[in-house]
Design a protein around this ligand. Structure first.
Ligand code: ZN
Length: 435
């Protein structure tokens, strides 16, 4: 259903020109100077602030981000530092530094069900009380260790039911940053349950985006299974988004793509250890990389510790990949990285390994692209297009200067499908006001 909201955005800055913008039926209906308000129009005085396409987060996990808001985050500290664990319901702890086993959790928590996630996001450990709540079939090893590798989907029965409210909070927070599109990179689960105002491209088995394939960096890499997963996605008319974090997994992936060919929409998630040779091959194949500067900003020290010295130079490259001709887009990977895209821009400019520095304009441009083509051309605001828009109080360069100075950018309003999603109150401030 198209939006019934009617808006006149007065005095916006668009491509260097100051114009008015009319929204009708969910689309940009008019762009011209001196438009007059019609009956029933709500008016936003932008006072020369920039009008932009809404931002896109090209890789995050909505449910996990919502659940993280209902969890205790150790932020990379050992579990022994946990203090605020009062109560008796299922305790959900994330960001643990150590690899844990069921027995340790039994000792610490007794009968209280608890699930603890390693900060890599790759493994959950459950104590005996939590295992008892799980309807899923367990392997002998899972029962013994309490460890579940890359299987958040199977643990979904333990997710708190407050998810709906938590998802709405995440949606509002994203809108407050100007985000109108998200790509949910969770490989399983029901995309229809991702109930947010933003447009959602899902990489899940039942999703509509490229099919997410996780390449293990912990277990033996199965080349044959990877090739058949890619071909299976092809048969279903889908591109693939392949998670490759280690040098070995990236090498195996590049070999597989040589066999299956690359199709439009294929992408590599993370490429967290990437040599020059691998980057040159990525560039040759035209394969975009979706990277997460805020992950390195948050966890870089741990990543360096866990990486062989000769590979430390190759960690979480972004500027280095661009220089070698690789197409790269940024994203949050929330909840593991920072949900705020403006923090991602700052991290790319100041906190990359090896002193790499990517201009804010460059990382910002990749937040304006189509979710289906994350390293492609930025979307543009044009008459007839759906009104997924962000209005800033300042120009883009002033806004990016604020971000570099660690000030919050001033997002005046965010529209999704022509509806005001931010601010929630319907009152537009600061830097603009309603009449
Ligand atoms: Zn992810």
């Amino acid at each position: 259903m198209p939006s019934s909201e009617r808006w006149l955005l007065r005095d916006v800055l668009l491509a260097g020109e100051r114009l008015d913008c009319r929204l009708r039926d969910g689309v940009v209906a008019e762009l011209a100077p001196g438009l007059t308000a019609a009956d029933g129009d709500q008016i936003l005085e932008a006072a020369g602030g920039s009008l932009l396409p809404g931002l896109a987060d090209h890789h995050l996990h909505l449910r996990a981000t919502a659940a993280a808001r209902r969890s205790i985050d150790l932020e990379g500290r050992p579990l022994s530092t946990l203090t605020a664990a009062d109560g008796d319901g299922l305790l959900r702890v994330i960001g643990a530094a150590d690899a844990l086993a069921r027995g340790q959790l039994d000792e610490m928590f007794g009968d209280r069900p608890v699930r603890v996630q390693h900060r890599s996001g790759a493994v959950w450990t459950l104590n005996s009380a939590a295992l008892a709540l799980l309807p899923a079939e367990l392997s002998e090893k899972e029962r013994r260790t309490g460890q579940f590798w890359r299987s958040s989907g199977r643990l979904r029965a333990l997710t708190p039911s407050a998810d709906h409210a938590a998802l709405a909070e995440i949606s509002a927070e994203l809108a407050s940053y100007g985000v109108t599109h998200v790509t949910d990179a969770t490989p399983d689960g029901d995309p229809a349950a991702l109930n947010v105002e933003q447009h959602v491209l899902s990489l899940a088995a039942d999703g509509t985006g490229p099919r997410k394939i996780i390449l293990s960096d912990h277990l033996d890499l199965d080349y044959g299974a990877l090739v058949s997963d890619i071909l299976d996605a092809r048969e279903r008319g889908r591109a693939v988004a392949v998670h490759a974090v280690s040098a070995a997994s990236l090498a195996v992936l590049l070999a597989a793509f040589a066999e299956t060919d690359v199709r439009i929409g294929d992408r590599v998630e993370h490429a967290a250890v990437c040599s020059d040779a691998a980057a040159e091959r990525l560039a040759e194949l035209g394969l975009p990389v979706v990277t997460q500067p805020s992950l390195y900003a948050r966890h870089g020290e741990g990543y360096r510790r866990e990486t062989e010295p000769e590979e430390r130079e190759l960690l979480w490259r972004y500027g280095g990949l661009l220089a070698l001709g690789v197409r790269v887009a940024v994203s949050s990977d929330a909840p593991y990285g920072d949900l705020d895209p403006w923090h991602t821009i700052a991290a790319a400019a100041t906190a990359l390994p090896g002193g790499e520095r990517v201009e804010p304009r460059v990382s910002f441009a990749s937040l304006l692209t189509e979710p289906t083509d994350p390293a492609g051309a930025p979307r543009i605001v044009r008459v007839g297009r759906e009104a997924n828009l962000c209005v800033l109080a300042d120009s883009v360069s002033e806004t990016l200067d604020r971000v570099l100075a660690s000030d919050q950018p001033r997002v005046v309003a965010t529209f999704i499908r022509g509806r005001l999603s931010h601010p929630r109150s319907g009152r537009v401030a600061p830097g603009a006001h309603e009449r």
